[in-house]
Design a binder for this molecule. Structure first.
Ligand SMILES: C[S@@+](CC[C@H](N)C(=O)[O-])C[C@H]1O[C@@H](n2cnc3c(N)ncnc32)[C@H](O)[C@@H]1O
Length: 254
């Protein structure tokens, strides 16, 4: 007992003094059974980040609803070309789409128009304030095939299978990306697609904080552990990668 009392402070000193070299489990305190398997690590916290790392990437803090006007800024159409993004998706009338992290609905109404009156868009958010903005925007635009859903950080809680799940400028801020994408994969239809749209980190000309940008290699690395197959990267957008994955039957276990 006495020897433990003496050793403990030394262990603490060693761990603290070498902290940058260590990767601590993020959920050790309350998820002991999950500790060894945790894919997350604590590390240096930067101003817009969580200090939580996944595959060596610091996860960004999510954008709060206070920033919503920026999502609907008039110049966004020219900066991001949503028309090109929609064209790249090649949606069919009647498709069921999940707009994960829909924000105020800048893309939701466009997706709803693309799938037509027999199609449906689930706008999923973790912030109720964003869903209120989504609903207001759909009402103003007289769009009736968008349904808002409150999801959790590890599961969008979609009520049915979808043809397409899309995350536009969202994935980099998911605080539980491993669990969230696994849950998304479970709700993709057999030929369903997951599309990630992220600002290009490789390109210093893209005027976005670095923590809110991702490289194509990083996205593909993080998706490689999921029940997904890489399909292609669309490079026609001015500032973003658009990376298409499809559900992998061979890796689908349920
Ligand atoms: C930068 S905004 C982008 C909004 C929208 N996709 C757009 O492009 O206009 C990111 C949004 O993702 C949401 N978000 C972050 N993590 C989420 C998660 N795990 N599930 C659902 N929404 C999430 C945030 O609440 C925020 O509204």
């Amino acid at each position: 007992m006495l020897s433990r009392l003496f050793i403990a402070p030394w262990l603490c000193f060693i761990l603290i003094s070498t902290a940058p070299a260590f990767q601590f489990s993020a959920y050790a305190a309350d998820e002991t059974e999950h500790t060894k398997a945790s894919p997350y690590a604590l590390g240096k916290k930067t101003p817009d980040g969580l200090g939580l790392y996944y595959f060596g990437r610091e996860i960004a803090h999510y954008m709060t609803h206070v920033g919503a006007p920026w999502l609907d800024r008039p110049e966004r159409d020219a900066e991001e070309r949503p028309d090109l993004l929609l064209a790249a998706l090649a949606l069919k009338p009647g498709d069921i789409v999940a707009d994960l992290g829909c924000g105020s609905g800048y893309f939701s109404w466009r997706l709803a128009q693309a799938v037509g009156p027999n199609g449906l868009v689930y706008g999923v958010e973790i912030q109720p304030e964003m869903l209120a903005l989504l609903n207001a925007q759909m009402k103003n635009r007289q769009i009736t095939n968008v349904i808002g859903i409150i999801g959790s950080t590890d599961n969008p809680h979609l009520p049915q299978s979808v043809d397409l799940a899309i995350m536009i400028d969202v994935y980099h801020e998911c605080s539980r990306p491993a669990e969230y994408i696994a849950a998304v994969c479970r709700t993709l239809k057999p030929n369903g697609r997951l599309v990630l749209v992220e600002y290009r980190r490789e390109d210093p000309q893209v005027p976005i904080k670095i923590i809110h940008k991702m490289t194509e290699a990083q996205i593909r690395l993080e998706m490689s552990v999921q029940q997904l197959e890489y399909v292609k990267t669309v490079k026609s957008l001015p500032r973003q990668h658009l990376i298409i994955f499809k559900k992998s039957p061979s890796r689908y276990t349920e």
